[in-house]
Write a protein that binds this ligand. Structure first.
Ligand code: BG6
Length: 791
């Protein structure tokens, strides 16, 4: 067999040598050579690579590998190779000749044990020596499930690395983890075997021609787009992947992942970064592209439960029960449809909604990124006088049409009233079927381009792997940044019952959704017959906002989103009243994660808020520099301050960082803050103090058994937290209790136990500092979500 391969290599080489100087030999090892992906895309992609590259000086050998024994494996691989096709413009005789050469260069081998890998290495070396070839590199394509990665990686690292001067590239297919933690684990594991530059993580969307065209298009049309690609001109961006297929046959995978992990975390996020990133000067610099993509993650606003809506096609649970042998009572909560509203907090995109949406069992298969521009033009003449398709009053949009849909192919569409785009010569102007309308306009309203030659994504990516173009792949940093962004949402949705939908055209308007104030919601109520039976979690609509008493004070309880909007409304009403009466409003805010949604709500949905007359104080602060992401002030800055117009002299961060040191007693930061409060806040009585409650009963930064702050004269104190960073500055209980109003916000299941406990205890601030909150002449109101209150 090896002799045949060497002869085939020499013959193929002869052709190369005539074409160009020899550049070295590349061995490509396809692991999982008889699997689905290999059959459908990878062998064809490798054949295409061979057709493109063999004439340019490289020689190749292709090793199909799997666990199957040699004889059976060979037969299976031969089947997978049967349907290879040549480009349309290649003469049949030429095609047959190339195919023949490719088949001779492709051999099956069993790769199961450490010895098998050693033998592979030996054979590659022997081949090279016999044919007198220099080794250029080796590509190992892992078309296998992730549980097999470690073994394979170890074997490659220990016995199949190429010799000095030759490169190693390992290609990995998703899933790359299930959440941030598992992705990190997998990355660390792979990192023990391979260098970062050796790993090529595939997201096949980056190989789709319309996606791969986003950056070159932005680059080639810089002049026209420079002024348009920003929040002043873009109304919204939609990144969509709709599918008609469902998950039948792969529920064992799907049940663990669901649509957000399967599609949004990777494919749609990649498209988002390409649209949103700052364009590097040189878009062919892989390093610059990767760096700029990564920067997008740093400015994505954190997602809340309300940022997403989820659905599940009706027969999904039944499919899971059947395929995974679950009992009849089993109801899955895995979403097969999701839409997510993403905001980017930078100067370019602030306020522009990015909508990511994908689903199975929908009415059509189509993928696109659509940038819809604002239209500020008013046309005075009647429509019949508008210049055909050019009027400034027609919709203005740019669409990277990834594939399928009514157009049936990848395309770039630019409204004719925007600008005439320039595309590379590999794209041509296209004509669609007459009468075709897309995104609300006839196709004739667009400059429309499609690739001269359509290419499958995997074949595009194989070529990039061969050329070492890392910018078409997912780096470890990029992967972890993406999981970092998605994991909190996934956790918050884990128990949310998705809306059921019948599937296909029958979905009607059931999945239509709207967005406002940073939240997404379905446009229509769910019809009765689709409300899930007993089992899945209750829906918010099953409850009214609960009003009751907690520790003898008023309690407002609702699902978290409703609760936050109620609290935000109450704060605004208090602020308006205070400004009307006293000319100013003194608000002291706690840090931590619970108030983030509140800050966002105040920042985005409260236009009547008297910010210009509001003074903002901190309830507590960690002893870290104010620029540190851990600082409470940073949270306030990121989620509220940078979005509202509040005079800088009304913002009062706690002075934890004086004389270049943190919370040193001798710097008297606590006393300075207390003096500032006494000087500016009448009677040191805040109009409103917002507190939280910790699982140990702490509030502000007043922890159980704290020697300071629970009583006494001091208004502001230094305290010690049991968790890091330990040193804190906090308003004292006596100061908090002088407030006109205190709101305590308690959210999440983790608070369930303490909520029950504190409901029963008396006034015992030493044990439970929260029990010492009772304003002398003001009002205390508890705001608890159902998770914290009802469990
Ligand atoms: C895959 C997902 O990554 O992408 C599938 O796992 C999905 O669930 C597929 O169907 C869609 O890819 P394409 O190329 O058909 O748009």
């Amino acid at each position: 067999m090896w002799n045949m391969l060497i002869v085939a290599m020499c013959l193929a080489l002869l052709g190369c040598l005539q074409a160009q100087e020899l550049q070295g030999h590349v061995s490509i090892i396809l692991l999982g050579a008889t699997g689905d992906l290999a059959k459908k895309y990878l062998w064809q992609g490798l054949f295409q690579l061979y057709l493109d590259e063999a004439g340019r000086g490289h020689s190749f050998s292709f090793h199909g590998a799997a666990l199957t024994a040699p004889k059976q494996g060979q037969e299976l691989m031969a089947k997978a190779l049967e349907s290879l096709s040549c480009p349309k413009d290649m003469a049949p005789s030429h095609c047959a000749e190339h195919k023949d050469q490719f088949l001779q260069l492709s051999q099956y081998r069993q790769l199961k044990t450490a010895e098998d890998y050693q033998a592979l290495n030996k054979d590659i070396k022997a081949q090279l020596q016999h044919a007198g070839l220099r080794e250029a590199g080796r590509i190992f394509y892992f078309s296998v499930p992730p549980f097999a990665y470690e073994d394979i990686a170890r074997n490659i690292n220990s016995s199949c690395r190429p010799g000095p001067g030759a490169w190693l590239r390992v290609v990995l297919e998703k899933p790359f983890g299930h959440d941030h933690f598992s992705a990190q684990q997998l990355a660390t594991e792979l990192g023990t075997f391979f260098q970062e530059e050796e790993m090529y993580r595939v997201d096949h969307y980056l190989g789709k021609q319309a996606v791969a065209q986003i950056l070159p298009f932005r680059d080639q049309n810089r002049k026209a787009l420079d002024g348009l690609w920003n929040r002043h001109h873009v109304e919204r961006v939609e990144i969509i992947m709709k599918e008609t297929v469902d998950a039948e046959g792969r529920t064992s995978f799907y049940e663990e992942y669901g649509v957000i992990r399967d599609v949004l975390q990777n494919h749609l996020t990649e498209v988002l970064t390409l649209v949103a990133m700052e364009l590097p000067h040189n878009v062919s610099s892989a390093e610059a592209v990767l760096r700029h993509k990564l920067q997008v993650f740093q400015v994505l606003r954190g997602l809340q439960r309300g940022s997403a809506i989820v659905g599940q096609y009706q027969s999904y649970s039944e499919q899971v029960r059947r395929e995974l042998q679950k009992p009849d009572s089993f109801h899955s909560l895995t979403p097969t449809f999701a839409a997510v509203l993403v905001h980017i907090d930078n100067l370019r995109w602030e306020g522009v909604p990015f909508i990511l949406m994908s689903g199975k069992a929908l009415d059509e298969r189509v993928g696109y990124a659509r940038i819809l521009f604002k239209n500020q033009a008013c046309c005075v003449q009647s429509e019949k006088h508008w210049a055909a398709a050019q009027s400034q009053c027609l919709p203005r949009q740019l669409v990277f049409h990834i594939g399928h849909g009514d157009l049936g192919s990848p395309a770039v569409l630019v409204s004719r009233n925007l600008f005439r785009p320039s595309l590379p010569s590999s794209w041509k102007e296209m004509e669609g079927p007459p009468g075709l309308r897309l995104f609300g306009s006839p196709l004739s309203d667009y400059y429309a381009y499609s690739p001269v030659q359509e290419r499958d994504a995997h074949s595009v990516l194989l070529s990039h792997i061969f050329h070492g173009r890392k910018d078409f792949f997912i780096t470890t940093e990029n992967l972890l940044a993406s999981w970092d962004f998605w994991t909190p949402l996934l956790e918050s949705l884990a128990h949310k019952a998705p809306r059921l939908y019948p599937g296909g055209a029958e979905n009607g308007r059931l999945l239509d959704f709207e967005f406002s104030s940073g939240r997404l919601f379905f446009s229509q109520q769910q019809p009765e017959q689709l409300v899930p039976g007993p089992g899945p979690a209750p829906m918010p609509s099953d409850f009214q906002v609960l009003r009751a008493k907690y520790r003898e004070s008023p309690l407002v309880s609702a699902w978290s989103e409703e609760l936050i909007s109620k609290l935000a409304n109450d704060i605004e009403a208090t602020a308006v009243r205070a400004v009307r009466r006293f000319g100013q409003f003194h608000l002291a805010l706690s840090g931590g994660s619970s108030p983030v949604a509140l800050f966002q709500q105040l920042a985005t949905a409260h236009y009547g808020f008297p910010w210009a007359h509001t003074h903002l104080w901190l309830v507590d602060e960690r002893c870290v520099p104010l620029s540190d992401p851990e600082s409470n002030f940073q949270g306030l800055q990121a989620h509220l301050l940078q979005h509202v117009r509040i005079p800088y002299y009304n913002i009062h961060p706690m002075p934890v960082h004086l004389q270049q040191r943190l919370c040193a007693e001798e710097d008297q930061g606590a006393q300075i803050y207390a003096r500032e409060i006494s000087a500016l806040v009448a009677n040191s009585s805040f109009d409103l103090v917002l507190l939280g409650m910790g699982a140990d009963g702490h509030t502000a930064s007043l922890f159980p058994q704290s020697p300071t702050g629970l009583d006494g004269e001091q208004l502001v104190v230094l305290t010690t937290s049991p968790s890091q960073p330990h040193r804190r500055m906090s308003l004292s209980l006596p100061l908090i209790n002088r407030a006109k109003k205190v709101a305590v916000l308690v959210m999440g299941r983790m608070k369930r136990e303490i909520t029950t406990l504190v409901s029963r205890v008396g006034h015992e601030p030493k044990k439970w500092p929260i029990s010492g909150v009772l304003p002398h002449s003001g009002q205390l109101v508890w705001y608890m979500d159902y998770d914290a209150f009802l469990g």
